[in-house]
Design a protein around this ligand. Structure first.
Ligand code: F6P
Length: 326
């Protein structure tokens, strides 16, 4: 039986809209339950360099609607070394921290798992990534906002695609996952999605090439998930142009615009629920796990599962896209 008096919180890896809302929820839920909160600046970097400050409830006022993260984020090399993690542990002890809540994605939880095991230290993760690629949770914080950002951009691209009767390949983020590309394709009424989960020979691009994009329409939009497997939008465009040099094709890479902006209502609610649930987990003496949401219920998933297992994509969505893009 141990009692957590002080909890530290950090944001790490790529930022995601809703990280601030999650930070607010962790801070407020901890204080509500009688804990002291220490905010670690710049992710694991701040742990290693002792950039740690106390947060009161007013430190997280007026941030729920802001994108990014007010405590900054980083990808930290030092924390991947035993020496760096030892410094991080010493700094946590210096501030009498009993538990750590980490807000981030795959890389963040990989570091958290190693650290928790090495020092037998309680760590809980809150999934914040636009990629939605963590096993054990239906959604990650930031994904819904990014999806809306993508469809807003594609709506605009559609105007010019249609005016010029062009074929557009729009590349979206997702690291090695196609959640953003596939669902954005459905939501924006795109003609096809090329995602890493579908083998090259079966992908929808083959159909676009075979049928010819002008069969029933005079403009087309194909969403492409960034990844070595798909070859990105440039790679896909090259495949198509090789067979159809006559197509008037263009490539758009949406890039980091997808990570910014005010979080959607869905992401704010998800962040608020998951942030509070992280503190609940610590109160229940649970540790070394990620908070998830499955069928609208909070669940807890061991770090080892969340980062190791591949989150399956619903292949029925491909069939839906195929049927609706005739
Ligand atoms: O994991 C979030 C993400 O935005 C991925 O979709 C993308 O591949 C990566 O981060 C980009 O990272 P960086 O901002 O370090 O270039």
């Amino acid at each position: 039986m141990y009692q957590i008096k002080t909890v530290a919180v950090l944001t790490s890896g790529g930022d995601a809209p809703g990280m601030n809302a999650a930070l607010r929820a962790v801070t407020r839920a901890a204080i509500y339950n009688g804990m002291r909160v220490m905010a670690v600046m710049k992710g694991y970097k701040g742990l290693v360099t002792n950039d740690i400050v106390e947060f009161k409830t007013q430190n997280v006022s007026n941030i729920i609607h802001h994108g990014g993260t007010i405590i900054k984020t980083a990808r930290c090399k030092e924390f991947t070394t035993p020496e760096g993690r030892q410094m991080a542990y010493d700094n946590l002890k210096r501030h009498n921290v009993d538990a750590l809540v980490v807000l981030g994605g795959d890389g963040t939880f990989t570091g958290a798992k190693i650290f928790a095991q090495e020092f037998n230290f309680p760590v809980v993760g809150v999934p914040c990534t636009i990629d939605n690629d963590l096993y054990g949770t239906d959604y990650t914080i930031g994904y819904d906002t990014a999806l809306n950002t993508v469809i807003e951009a594609v709506d605009k691209i559609r105007d010019t695609a249609s005016s010029h009767e062009r074929l557009f390949f729009v590349e979206v983020m997702g690291r090695d996952a196609g959640f953003l590309a596939l669902n954005a394709a459905i939501a924006s009424g795109a003609e096809a999605a090329v995602i890493p989960e579908v083998r090259l020979k079966d992908d929808m691009l083959a159909e676009v090439i075979q049928n010819g994009f002008r069969k029933t329409k005079n403009s087309s939009i194909v969403l492409v998930a960034e990844s070595e497997v798909t070859g990105g939008a440039e790679g896909v465009a090259a495949r198509v142009k090789a067979e159809h040099p006559e197509y008037d094709a263009r490539v758009v890479v949406l890039g980091h615009i997808q990570r910014g902006g005010s979080p959607s209502a869905q992401d704010r609610i998800l962040a608020s629920r998951m942030g509070a649930a992280a503190i609940d987990a610590l109160l229940e003496e649970q540790r070394n796990l990620m908070v998830g949401v499955v069928n609208d219920e909070i669940v807890y998933v061991p770090f080892s599962k969340a980062i190791k297992d591949d989150k399956p994509i619903n292949m029925k969505l491909i069939a839906t896209l195929r049927a609706l893009s005739i």
